[in-house]
Design a protein around this ligand. Structure first.
Ligand SMILES: Cc1cc2nc3c(=O)[nH]c(=O)nc-3n(C[C@H](O)[C@H](O)[C@H](O)COP(=O)(O)O)c2cc1C
Length: 273
């Protein structure tokens, strides 16, 4: 890539990056009268080229300013989905009086708190039409859904559930999954899932013409036998193998776990950092 291609990025060069190339704040300051840089872009480019060895490193260190709202939707999607990673995956089961059960994966998903336990989903329109995805229609109309978490053994089945099957064809059957009745809501839960949350809709948010958010309150939780550790009150992470969404076709598994306690203020003060 040529340095000149990046001329419009210079606004985002921070002081650290300038120092990296031996430029001082004074060299980079603006002429108060005309608002021009004392160290003009052309000179900056020449200097960058002279420092060709560090050129790649420089651009990897400098931060790009992205006016994300001005980008096309697909570009916004790519940036968000490749930076907020890995995302947990909810295989959401819903039910409708006319079509019965439905299952589809969602990675615009997370837990947002406890007391009450809250789960949030981001649901888009169908890419090819002006209609909401079936999951969205069912949640909006019935106020109920089940979030089934996805681990390694059911990762492929989860992906099958994203296929746009013809009306009347069951994703759950096609994926080789089975349903068990829920206790508090009409949609069943996925029997093979390590953890399921039966949810009741608290808020249905119409964020923009083609995007919605479902905020659900958890009414009941189910955990596969052997995963819950009654001594610690946590799930035993050595047995729980969740799959995370990266972006596009990429997923992540076998997470490396490390320990890092948050120190008290006193501990932080007495540490040698
Ligand atoms: C891993 C994964 C994550 C997905 N996450 C979302 C999401 O967060 N929001 C969304 O609208 N669609 C998402 N999708 C696409 C839907 O699952 C897909 O459009 C599905 O066919 C919708 O089915 P439905 O019409 O039965 O609800 C995702 C697909 C995959 C494979």
């Amino acid at each position: 890539m040529q340095a000149s291609e990046h001329a419009d990025c210079f606004e985002s060069i921070d002081q650290q990056a300038l120092e990296h190339f031996g430029m001082t704040q004074k060299q980079n300051r603006l002429y108060p009268a005309c608002g021009q840089r004392l160290f003009p872009a052309s000179a900056m480019i020449r200097r960058l080229q002279r420092y060709s060895e560090s050129f790649d490193r420089f651009f990897s260190e400098a931060s790009l300013r992205i006016d994300i709202n001005a980008l096309p939707v697909a570009a916004q999607y790519k940036l968000i989905c490749s930076t907020v990673i890995p995302r947990p995956i909810a295989l959401v089961t819903t039910w409708s009086p006319s079509d019965g059960h439905n299952a589809a994966p969602f990675s615009y998903f997370n837990a947002m708190g406890e007391n009450p336990p809250i789960m949030v989903l981001g649901i888009e329109h169908r890419p090819d039409s002006e209609t909401l995805k079936d999951t969205g229609i069912n949640i909006r109309d019935t106020g109920q859904f089940v979030i089934n978490l996805v681990d390694e053994p059911i990762a492929e089945a989860m992906s099958t559930c994203a296929v746009d099957f013809p009306k009347g064809m069951s994703e759950i059957e096609a994926a080789g999954l089975s349903l068990m009745p829920s206790e508090c809501v009409k949609p069943g839960r996925v029997a093979e899932s390590p953890v399921s949350y039966e949810c009741e809709l608290m808020h249905w948010l119409h964020v923009s013409p083609r995007r919605y958010m479902a905020v659900g309150k958890v009414l009941m939780m189910h955990v596969r036998d052997g995963l819950y550790d009654p001594e610690t009150g946590y799930i035993d992470h050595s047995k729980y193998k969740p799959v995370g969404r990266y972006f596009g076709r990429l997923y992540t598994k076998e997470h490396k776990v490390f320990e890092m306690p948050v120190p008290s203020y006193e501990q932080w003060l007495s540490s040698d950092k």
